[in-house]
Design a protein. Sequence first.
Length: 497
Amino acid sequence: MPPETAKPTGTRGAVGTAVPAAPDHAAPEGPGAVAAAVAGARVAAEWWAGLGFAGRRRALLAWKRTLAGRIEELAAQIRAETGKPHGDAVLEVMLAVEHLDWAAKHARTVLRRRRVPSGLLAANQAASVGYEPLGVIGVIGPWNYPVYTPLGSISYALAAGNAVVFKPSEHTPGVGRWLADRWAEAVPGPAVLQAVTGGGETGAALCRAGVDKLAFTGSTATGRKVMAACAETLTPVVVEAGGKDALIVAADADLDAAARAAAFGGFGNAGQTCAGVERVYVERSAYEPFLTRLGELAKETRPGDEPDARYGPMTTPTQAAVVAAHIADAIAKGGRAVVGGPASVRPPYVDPVVLAEVPEDSLAVTEETFGPTLVVNPVRDLDEAVERANASRYGLAASVFTGSGRTAAVLAGRLRAGAVSVNAVLGFAAVPALPFGGVGDSGFGRIHGADGLREFARPKSVTRQRFAAPIDLLRLDRRPAALERASRLFKLRHARG
Ligand code: NAD
């Protein structure tokens, strides 16, 4: 297990540029603080559940107003710890707040007790199902979107009536503390949302702390460790892990729009987006024009530390080394660097890199690069495009560019991914009603939307007998005649229809 690696305040070495210094925060609390936080959350969870849907909605919306009203402050904190441009940080908070608002306003509709049909055999029963809070949810977050990503779990878990103990990334502890501090101000009372800062050991302690569910977002490798730790106590998990998302460009697509989307999805946030674009498959007849347009866009894109730079630095130094290794491997295996190359990696920045005709067994095709690089390969036809897109062990999201609605629908159905965007990238991110989550090594479980609310709730079934059944089989002294009548009816219903 890695040692606790949380950095002291305002000294994020990774960026090493003139981003604003992080505000002064206390040292990380570490694994020792987890048990007390979970014990406190256990008490808070009862109070929170007792508020009911209406009370929780009021509290969540009070927190939302604080986040929205102080968006500039939160964006500055994100920028201080990740180095991303101010505009990107603002957009991240805006998206997160949309989800918080949706979760607060839809929890009752999705989770309240409702009648369900009781069926012929149990026509004398009134049947209903309601979704109850699980209790305490542990949330472990990454650094790349330190607000949007964890709030995808936190907002929905809170709205479903749970208390939350949040372990932010060791690279973004200030953002985690800021969120919890604003909660404490907006919702005075028992600590329904707490942040415990620290590194991997703190996360591991949270997995073993007896929480009722653990929602993890991070790399696939850490996801495996989280599952193993949670297995010790049979703690259920949600794993939102890495991706190697493909964008497919059909010959009939608007190539300029497709190239712009590929550039945004590939280079935005320095490529440090779980559902960003990493691979592009283009039908052969459109390949050269697409590549030319993408190359132009890549050449006019530069990272930097100015607030209006197109994207910022690699947030962690280790990631720049991964990106360099993938570029070198792609070129060594016969891939062509159309824009940039090994020299593009000049930590903490990486300039846009476009790699063409990269063999499918290259690291840049098989592994998550998490940097501003795009692999662009030609395909014979859309069947081959889908085959290659689906060949990845990851399956988070995918995009399709085509002029045909029918082609789009067919491809969306065939792509092995949790979400598909047509004629856009990341189209789902701003739609709170849509569930989000992966397939394969991208993880399992869903955040966002009604499924995201139910992910943090336990269905409870209740039946109420309204009158004695005319044919009562649920008794020890069941009469043979009753069973005979029931068997006759059964055959009428099922053996013929
Ligand atoms: P990471 O796996 O290194 O760390 C994620 C979190 O896990 C951190 O808070 C870390 O402290 C914690 N952790 C580390 N070791 C642990 C352990 N043994 N037990 C428990 N917790 C532990 O990931 P990262 O570098 O912070 O984030 C980047 C990764 O996250 C990328 O792979 C990216 O694709 C993925 N990601 C996925 C989504 C999604 O929704 N699917 C969203 C954002 C990021």
